[in-house]
Write a protein that binds this ligand. Structure first.
Ligand SMILES: *Cc1c(COP(=O)(O)O)cnc(C)c1O
Length: 399
């Protein structure tokens, strides 16, 4: 018997089911899969070992035993959690050791750790650009940068990807209308693997009294003669106002940092909401990252190996008739397919053949530019890279 006061049924599930069907029909429904037991450029996907060309483990440090042992020692001694936000009681000395080490590597005065790169961008950008200010954002910026811009109460202007002449013209026309101007780019663009020419960007920014914000998620640890990243590659270390990097890619751990002047870091400690209102990252992860940085420093072969594999793959794909964007030794190799559905069909076929590659579709990339995203690692055996090239060529030709 239903009471006159019975709750009406929730309408949520039916509504979400309709949305899920629409996503599926457009080839945009996403689903998780289980990946484990990472070894030598391969992973177990369920029960099957596959070649892993989808991860961002560029230096092969994510499953490095020395990194795990460094974490283990601090984990045993200090426990699992920071137990509070860093401003309350969660600031362990090893967090600051890591911040100083990262500052030395990046050639900046100070850095500040965040639990993730996503959180840096949604915290630092709104702290730096407010009402009356303007943000110039590259058209291919990562979702976390786009979200950071959306959260900022500033005017956001998107400039065509890597078109610094267009940016210069926009600044000339508009700069005077705004108080502060922030230019937001990536060092190595995560979807195309191409670089922002920072040596050209910095003088343009300075001329227009604009600040530079470079997210070097994919350059950190890989580019530059010491692995310091894209700033080192272009000889502009110390000249970019804000540099961001993640620890979850080349360094194989988790977390991220923002680096710059003492003033910048002091300001963000007091204003970046995603820093203030979140639990400090586990001290053991800082220990792991310090060990990963040490290994990256004393084993430069890792940086050479990943570039070498990238060159080899790009040459083979090009020889097979595929046009591949980006510099020839970039460790991110995009294979453009076009529409979302055939892109996902191609990734499934490659997976059936034992190769895990990224399938990237909107909203991660603009409609019509869905692609395979292949990322290389220093620990990929050369034969595996050659086998991947052959299989990609067959699968793309058939698609
Ligand atoms: C991966 C990535 C991030 C996010 O970093 P996480 O530490 O994984 O949150 C931010 N920006 C760019 C450009 C990225 O590629």
């Amino acid at each position: 018997m239903t009471s006159p006061f019975a709750l009406p049924p929730s309408t949520m599930n039916a509504a979400l089911d309709e949305s899920l069907r629409a996503l599926d029909a457009a080839g945009l429904k996403r689903a998780l899969r289980q990946v484990h037991s990472r070894r030598a450029g391969t992973v177990l996907l369920g029960h099957e070992r596959v070649a892993d060309f989808a991860s961002n483990d560029y230096l092969g440090l994510a499953a490095e035993p020395r990194v795990a042992r460094a974490a283990q020692a601090v984990l045993q001694a200090e426990g699992t959690g920071a137990a509070a936000a860093r401003l309350i009681s969660g600031n362990h000395p090893i967090h600051e050791t890591l911040e100083h080490t990262l500052a030395r590597l990046k050639g900046c005065d100070f850095t500040l750790l965040f639990p993730s790169g996503y959180m840096v961008n949604v915290g630092a950008i709104p702290a730096l650009a407010q009402r009356g200010d303007v943000i110039y954002s590259d058209a291919l910026n990562h979702a976390s940068l786009i979200d950071g811009c959306r959260l900022a109460h500033a005017t956001v202007r998107v400039f065509p990807h890597n078109d610094l002449d267009a940016l210069d013209r926009m600044l000339t026309a508009e700069r005077a209308q705004y108080r502060r101007a922030l230019i937001v780019v990536e060092g190595v663009f995560s979807m195309d693997g191409d670089l922002c020419p920072l040596d050209r960007l910095v003088p343009i920014a300075r001329r227009h009294r604009a600040w530079t914000y470079v997210d070097d998620a994919h350059g950190t640890g890989v580019l530059g003669s010491t692995g310091a990243g894209t700033l080192e590659h272009f000889g502009v270390s110390g000249q970019v106002d804000v540099v961001v990097g993640t620890l979850g890619k080349a360094l194989g751990t988790v977390g991220a940092y923002v680096g710059g002047s003492r003033e910048l870091v002091e300001y963000l400690v007091s204003t970046a909401r995603s820093f203030i209102f979140t639990t400090g990252s586990p001290p053991s992860m800082a220990a792991a990252t310090l060990e990963a940085l040490r290994i990256a420093d004393v084993e430069p072969w890792r940086r050479e190996a990943v570039r070498d594999r990238a060159r080899r793959l790009r040459r083979r794909l090009a020889a097979g008739g595929l046009a591949i964007d980006g510099p020839e030794d970039s460790h991110i190799v995009p294979v453009l397919i076009g529409e979302a559905v055939p892109t996902m069909v191609a990734t499934r076929e490659l997976r059936r053949r034992g190769f895990l590659v990224g399938g990237v579709r909107p909203p991660t990339v603009p409609p019509g530019t869905s692609r395979l995203r292949i990322s290389l690692s220093a620990v990929h055996p050369i034969e595996l890279v050659d086998a991947l090239a052959a299989n990609v060529l067959e699968v793309v030709r058939a698609s």
